[in-house]
Design a protein around this ligand. Sequence first.
Ligand SMILES: C[S@@+](CC[C@H](N)C(=O)[O-])C[C@H]1O[C@@H](n2cnc3c(N)ncnc32)[C@H](O)[C@@H]1O
Length: 204
Amino acid sequence: MRDAKQFWDRSAARYAKSSIRDQAGYEKKLAITREYFRPDWSVLEFGCGTGSTAILHAPFVGHIVATDISDRMLEIARQKAEAASIDNVIFRQGTLDSLEFEPESFDAVLGLNILHLLEEVEGAISTVYGLLKPGGVFISSTALVGELNILWRAVIPLMQAVGLAPFVNRFRRGELVAMLEQSGFSIDREWQPGKGSLFIVARK
Ligand SMILES: C[S@@+](CC[C@H](N)C(=O)[O-])C[C@H]1O[C@@H](n2cnc3c(N)ncnc32)[C@H](O)[C@@H]1O
């Protein structure tokens, strides 16, 4: 866990400057997410990074608690929210385990580009389930490292060895869907922008 924090603190400035690889796909995910949002909703985003998505979604809900393991990511996120005059996003440092939220207190939980970075994915999914109100939605966007071609899968350990890549899980589409269903979620919507990634709306 400490390794993850160090990696992401170190990467924050570079991550903030990086551009979105698939803008059309990103906008489609924003649009699908907003089909679910209601103006009074309480939303949790974990692994929010530099807050860009939370800031864009903020006008469509009551408030967003946006969390991340990295203080450096959150410093940048807070600056961006202030610059955009967004005051209904509360940024908090921590993980799903370290932050103690009330059970069944959120209408939606967002986990964007984060599940594949967790060592305990099943535990995280089950924590999210517990934090959602009945009928609430868990919206996730996840890299399916297990579906990437062999070259990519071979390069990752080399990058990890020199500190250029974080820990990654290698589950495939079916395994992620199964973990969600085993935790009690039903899949409401599923979209694969490409072979190596999966966007899912799962309902409690
Ligand atoms: C690939 S970035 C994604 C950021 C943002 N969600 C996005 O889509 O741009 C992954 C983020 O997850 C955070 N992170 C990594 N492990 C975490 C954990 N166990 N708990 C919370 N955040 C974590 C990192 O600090 C980083 O900001």
